[in-house]
Design a protein around this ligand. Structure first.
Ligand code: SF4
Length: 359
């Protein structure tokens, strides 16, 4: 999709943009809701009605039945999920229509279908439950719903695994191998019970024996922001800051997760920072905008980024600017909303509703 912001919006100064956003918000009143993800820029979060993780924001979208226009400042799969959960007469817009998620792009429909066709030899629907991370296209969520599976986010992945293993012998999890592996360990699986399906290789690079033995089949995908953190960063930070608490997101590498004091979703990280006593030192392994916000919100605590390189920026989350938000608010009537068409909508809804039920 090609999208070019008109010069009038590109060139406007922050003060003018803030004024125009405030004016549009006042005009739309209760008909409008702006949802912002924790990884958005500070100035965008400041214009939102709610800030949260993908689970919390999807839940809100499902609850806000009276709102006519929802602007989601996040990435594409989030707005799609929110559209599926909202009612058909609500209009969902993505703050910047070009904001995608590279991890979600690592699981393409054709590759997942090919993998599933192969996995049918090992029991298919009878023995294998597909569980899709929220970071997938609506089409893959629909695939998951069709095969009796469910969606999860980093805040409810453990509950989703309980649900899956209570009903079927194996789980096929995509697209984040690290969240899947970390959740598998937490569930009590042994490393040899987890295999990686490499979609770039014939038969996922796995043999029959490995697949027969596997309880968890993990898609070979990752988040380039969270895999930036290394075990040596944890060692260095502990050396330099005795008493530091290391808190990381479960999309981080397993060796980093193993060394952390706390592991959890963005919601968990926000709560951890809020509940830590004054004077605490906390090194965080997640996206830099959330870390910066925590450091600003709690000046009585020493909160900083784990790698010491200040490079964990999600370029796609960063794409949404005040300029985009002002444009979207003032022109939404002429813009194409994010719409997930049938039958994907209903099939994906089944899988999303299961997630809401177990959470
Ligand atoms: S932080 Fe990682 S998983 Fe989240 S939107 Fe960015 S690339 Fe995707």
């Amino acid at each position: 999709m090609y999208f070019s912001l008109p010069a009038e919006y590109r060139q406007a100064e922050p003060q003018e943009l803030n004024d125009r956003i405030a004016e549009a918000r006042a005009r739309l009143g209760n008909r409008l809701c702006i949802l912002t993800h924790h990884y958005q820029r500070h100035e965008v979060v400041a214009c939102g009605d709610h800030v949260g993780d993908s689970y919390g924001l999807s839940k809100l979208a499902a609850e806000k039945k009276n709102v006519e226009v929802i602007i989601f400042c996040g990435v594409h799969f989030m707005a799609e999920s929110a559209d599926i959960l909202s009612s058909p007469d609500q209009h969902m817009f993505l703050g910047n229509p070009l904001a995608g998620c590279p991890m979600a792009d690592m699981a393409e429909m054709a590759d997942v279908l090919e993998a599933w066709k192969f996995l049918e030899r090992f029991g298919g629907d009878d023995r294998i439950m597909p569980i899709s991370y929220m970071n997938t296209t609506a089409g893959l969520k629909a695939f998951t719903g069709r095969h009796g599976g469910l969606i999860c986010t980093s805040s409810n992945a453990a509950a989703a695994f309980d649900y899956g293993f209570e009903r079927r012998e194996k789980i096929f999890f995509f697209p984040d191998e690290n969240l899947g592996y970390n959740t598998g360990l937490k569930y009590g699986l042994e490393p040899e019970e987890m295999v990686i399906w490499d979609f770039s290789r014939d038969d996922g690079g796995l043999d029959e024996q490995q697949l027969n033995k596997a309880r968890l089949i993990l898609w070979k995908g990752h988040c380039h922001v969270h895999t930036n953190f290394k075990a040596e960063h944890v060692g260095k930070v502990r050396e330099e800051h005795p008493g530091v608490k290391v808190v990381v997101h479960p999309e981080c590498l397993p060796e980093v997760v193993a060394l952390a004091d706390g592991v959890g979703s963005t919601r968990y990280i926000v709560d951890y920072c809020g509940q830590a006593p004054s004077g605490s030192t906390i090194a965080i392994g997640t996206e830099i905008n959330l870390i910066d916000r925590m450091a600003r919100e709690y000046p009585d605590k020493n909160i900083f980024e784990l790698s010491g390189q200040t490079c964990p920026v999600c370029a796609n989350m960063y794409r949404t600017t005040l300029n985009d938000l002002a444009y979207c608010l003032e022109n939404y009537e002429d813009l194409k909303p994010i719409v997930v068409a049938e039958p994907d909508r209903s099939e994906a809804l089944t899988a999303l509703e299961k997630m809401l039920e177990i959470s």
